[in-house]
Write a protein that binds this ligand. Sequence first.
Ligand code: FES
Length: 216
Amino acid sequence: MANAAVSAEAKSGGISRREFLYYIWGASIALYAAQFSGLLIWFLLPRFREGEFGGKFILSIDQLPEVNAEPANIPSGRFWLVNLDTRAPNELMKKAPDESEEIVGVAAIYKVCTHLGCIYAWTAANNRFECPCHGSKYRLDGRRIESPAPRTLDRFRMEFLDADKNPIPDTLSELVDDFYAPVPIPDNASFISVDTGDRKMGPSPALICSFTNECP
Ligand code: FES
């Protein structure tokens, strides 16, 4: 009797209860797959666009400061660009007595003080970065001159690009003791790429003022 009813339903163009459950099951699987794909795409896409803090900044090499000159301010990226060379020391940049290696190259320095997070500034009159909140002072490369800052200023990873904006080999920031070392400028550099999503905390060497007995 039941079989007769099902075949009658099929003949009349309707769907059986079993077919209906199959359709519901298939639709559920398709919906789940669509949601999973959407999540996967969202996860794989970069979270920050180029030129947005948290993402990469591509800057012309012309925006770099001269060697051992005042830092270049990049407000949208919340960093300073510095161009260092202790082989040509001056009032802004010279080695401290405990530094044996030359410091040469470009670094991108985060603009937030390592003490309690205030925004410090370059103070041209004193040739150093100074924090207005509690008086921390930093050398041009970000090393602490005076506390209460607990460590050197943080740095972002960077690399140089050629005229077609292709990465130049061996110019990606190198990690030295888990901190980004300055990158020497290659001859064919046209652009510099700074990744503000990749920051390393500065180390905590001795205060520079401790060598001059001028620490407060
Ligand atoms: S936040 Fe900069 S010295 Fe305290």
